[in-house]
Design a protein around this ligand. Sequence first.
Ligand SMILES: [Zn+2]
Length: 445
Amino acid sequence: MAYGWQWADEDKTRYRIDKEEAMVRVSIFTMFVEEDMSLRAIAHKLTEDGIVPPAMSRGWKVKSAAWRPSTIHKILTATENIGTITICKTKKGITDSGTETRKPSDLVTAIPGGIPAIIPGELYELAQYKLKHNRIDKSHVHHKPEDFLLKSHVVCKTCGYRMGNVYRFYGGKAYGVYRCRKFYSKYDRCPDFPEIKADKVNAYVWEDCCRVFEAIEEIRDTIRARIEADVKGFLENSSGAQQVAQLRQELTQAEAERDKHAPGSYYYNLVSQDIQSKQAQLRKYEEESKHAEGSEQLLDIYQRSVLSFLDFLSTMKGRYHEATFKEKRNALNVLGVTVTVQSCDKGALEARHVETAKEWLSLTEAAELAGLTMDVLRYHIGKGELAIYKRDESHRNRYVNRDELNRFLATFSYAPRSVREDVQTRVEVQYSPIFSGVQSSLISD
Ligand SMILES: [Zn+2]
């Protein structure tokens, strides 16, 4: 019996997944594909972790309890991973020197769905691709910063960890993804591990930022309202209330005045200097006030972030979509953008079992019961992960068996591309508190 499965019954008529061994199989794929470890490094890690290698766990007489890279290779390439069983791989033969040996058989039968799948189809394909192209890919792909516009702004919704930036290889091409990084610890890893295509998120988030920029007036109003409220609270607790109020008003006027001039012009710089000295003055007053710590903090945010942001807006006005990579990165920092990425497996995990008295289901019925769209169902049928049957007594030719459907749902953990790349439902954009009012005023429009 292959490592990862056991007989389900004494008569050996059905297979079942051996949970512990299956987890080792999955972790081998994870280490190879996700963590980019070599076969040798994986073998070493498993041996170090004290995991018994397949031959020994099957009770065969073997000398060493160490995993070998060749075993790892065998596990990575086996089609049983994705549910396809191959019968009659080898046959008896005689070597030239006359000893008995096993030779590849011509009569190989592959049966998709012949054994419960352990590895999601796409992960398996990625591993096969990597095995073929391993050496080339590793040394030739360098990170292009442009591929990861949102670097350090992307957070996993499940575990709250910042997501990393890596390349995936598919169909001979490399593309960037953000993915949860909390997989290093065996005991405290992210249960979901979301990852998402970077170019899609980059475009989506920048689009959202542009909408915020384009609502400049709303931004100003929101900032004003916010600052007024904060200043009011500050004044109530401050001894230098009059002076601060005066200064605050002057600052507002100075800003308005500065906006009338082109950035970099003589008057613009002059007013900027004035604003700076007023800010310094204001800071001094604030330091003198011992009672308004919260307001002080907010006023500081106002001084540092908002003014530089307004600068950015006046320089970028009307051409936000043309912003360079550097300008975009700046704006993201000023706005305090946090992008939260949700795992795409949530929906799939809820649909793990169907209950029905009917044994044979049409594709439509199966999709409905499992809570999947027809596209998703067809996608997995196409990949050989779910078997369909032709029934003699019917002229309709595609039926799903209820038990087969439940078997498939139990192993179903990888959402198809349409779900994975549905940026709109998976991604939330948040701005630092001072700008979040702008975002909500846009949504309510
Ligand atoms: Zn996570």
